[in-house]
Design a protein around this ligand. Structure first.
Ligand SMILES: Nc1ncnc2c1ncn2[C@@H]1O[C@H](COP(=O)(O)OP(=O)(O)OP(=O)(O)O)[C@@H](O)[C@H]1O
Length: 231
């Protein structure tokens, strides 16, 4: 689905991603894991085209997209939910969702009912301002907005961060539905081990901008967790 080859990224002089090689399987949830500051968000943004890369390739559907702008990548079906959600606080829930439609490559003009089925709270709050929603509701809105793009690949940056347990559970259920039923590929940046183990299929573990372990999530051993994830 997406194949990252020898990817290097710098912030100024600071070499942040080191020669990354990552293969993401279609219709699976691949977790990007690692402690704070190892480069997970940088990698997510690099895949979405929000940061330039120094060298390497990002092969998506057999084409190198590493030099395309983020809007072009969205147009190819890559959706992104940033860490911190980036909801437009002055716009209504409906307007926030409609922003997602702007990038829809199939010309969709209306928010699909499916999104309200996945997140019923959004339907109840259509006229409310984004800024009035709770953190968990904003996270649901951010995912709903990304789904308006009808993505083939969805990148979620720490969707469970700072959110109440019942909404985390609901978001986990949505990830399962998207991968298993809709066959959407999900890249999940995640620090919470139980959530990754429950909803992930594969993992890549980063440390200081390099891949230090990878495999099926069931093979993420306690030794690896102790070495690279425990704080
Ligand atoms: N805009 C920036 N300019 C310079 N350095 C940055 C910038 N953004 C991030 N960094 C640095 O790059 C490194 C990787 O950061 P990144 O946010 O990708 O890590 P992360 O694994 O996502 O961490 P977290 O879990 O805290 O979000 C860190 O050392 C961070 O300080």
């Amino acid at each position: 689905m997406i194949n990252i080859k020898n990817l290097n990224q710098f912030y100024g002089q600071s070499h942040t991603l080191w020669d990354l090689n990552i293969e993401i399987e279609p219709a699976k949830c691949t977790c990007l894991m690692g402690r704070n500051g190892v480069g997970k968000t940088t990698l997510a943004k690099a895949i979405m085209g929000l940061l330039p890369v120094k060298s390497g390739q990002i092969i998506y559907e057999e084409k190198d997209i590493s030099r395309l702008g983020s809007e072009k990548r969205a147009g190819l079906g890559i959706g992104y939910v940033p860490q911190g959600r980036e909801i437009f606080s002055q716009l209504s829930v409906k307007e926030n969702l409609e922003i997602g439609l702007l990038g829809n490559r199939n010309g969709l003009k209306q928010v699909p009912d499916k999104i309200y089925e996945l997140f019923p709270v959004l339907k109840d709050m259509l006229k409310r301002k984004g800024g009035d929603l709770s953190g968990g509701q904003q996270q649901q809105l951010a995912i709903g907005r990304a789904l308006c793009l009808e993505p083939k690949l969805l990148i979620l940056d720490e969707p469970s961060e700072g959110i109440q347990p019942n909404i985390v559970q609901q978001i986990g259920g949505v990830i399962d539905y998207l991968t298993k039923e809709e066959k959407i590929t999900v890249i999940l940046v995640e620090q919470k081990l139980p959530f990754a183990r429950k909803h992930g299929d594969d993992f890549y573990l980063l440390d200081r901008g390099s891949v230090v372990a990878k495999g099926e999530i069931d093979n993420l051993s306690d030794e690896i967790v102790e070495q690279y994830l425990s704080v």
